[in-house]
Every structure is written in structure tokens, then in C-alpha cells.
Design a protein. Structure first.
Length: 81
């Protein structure tokens, strides 16, 4: 497949269930997904809810359905990745 634009503008993020165990990565991803929300406490609460839910899954953070293949965004600058 062909990629248009400057590939230097692409940021790659981990997208595995085990990465959700890292609170800093989870909060950063939630900020990207919900960039319209300026409420830091809502993002933190959501991270808590997500991690509490995952703790109840069989296999916890290694549960296969928590993995997806790719996540791409241009919402952040290169120094923020």
C-alpha cells in the first residue's frame, strides 16, 4: 500500500493489552483518543476504570481481545511521542 505525506509525521504506539498495564502509556493514549476533553480528572478516572475492568478478565492484561494491530494519529507533535 502507498502512504501519502511525510512519514516523519507518523507516531507509532503500542497496542497490546499488556501495554494498558502501564498507566502512563494508558493516560497518554486516552488523551489522544479524547483530545477534546480538557478534564484531566476524567481521563484519570477513565484510566482507573479501564484497569479495574481488565483486572477482572481471564488472563488480565494478556487477554487476546485487548490487542489491535495499529493506531495512527497526527494529533501530537514529534517531540511529544
Amino acid at each position: 500500500s502507498r502512504v501519502d505525506g511525510d512519514v516523519g509525521e507518523i507516531s507509532l504506539f503500542c497496542a497490546h493489552g499488556s501495554d494498558l498495564a502501564d498507566r502512563e502509556k494508558l493516560v497518554q493514549t486516552l488523551h489522544l483518543l479524547f483530545s477534546d476533553s480538557n478534564d484531566e480528572s476524567s481521563i484519570e478516572d477513565l484510566a482507573d476504570d479501564i484497569q479495574e475492568l481488565i483486572q477482572r478478565l481471564p488472563g488480565r492484561y494478556n487477554y487476546p481481545l485487548l490487542t489491535f494491530n495499529a493506531f495512527a494519529t497526527d494529533a501530537i507533535g514529534p517531540d511529544e511521542a
